[in-house]
Design a protein around this ligand. Structure first.
Ligand code: SF4
Length: 109
């Protein structure tokens, strides 16, 4: 086998082994360094108008959703754009859905 071909095959083997090792390291890091996000935040965010107007005093709808779920803000009416039926739906959802820690977010319409 020519020397050039041997060098090419050696390089491919080293690069392949490196790719597998780095892939495994990323898989382990993703498993153990995962940031757990309360799924209620995304659910409440979807129930908000999505205007991202900032009238609630938050940076946007996702920020208000997080504030409602974490208890930083307890009035759903902080969102001035939302309609009463949407507020009632959010309250019903949060009253019935515990977070990952088992706690219920206490909110008012
Ligand atoms: S007031 Fe309502 S629509 Fe506007 S950013 Fe806040 S949650 Fe979104």
């Amino acid at each position: 086998m020519p020397v050039v071909l041997q060098e090419i095959l050696k390089t491919i083997a080293v690069m392949g082994a490196l790719a597998v090792a780095l892939g495994l390291m990323l898989a382990v890091a993703a498993k153990y360094l995962e940031v757990k996000i309360d799924p209620r935040i995304e659910a409440v965010n979807k129930m908000l108008p999505g205007a991202n107007c900032g009238a609630c005093g938050c940076a946007g709808c996702a920020d208000l959703a997080k504030a409602l779920v974490t208890g930083k803000i307890d009035k759903i009416s902080a969102c001035r754009v939302s309609k009463p039926d949407a507020r009632a739906k959010i309250k019903e959802y949060l009253d019935q859905t515990p977070g990952p820690d088992g706690n219920i977010a206490k909110v008012t319409i």
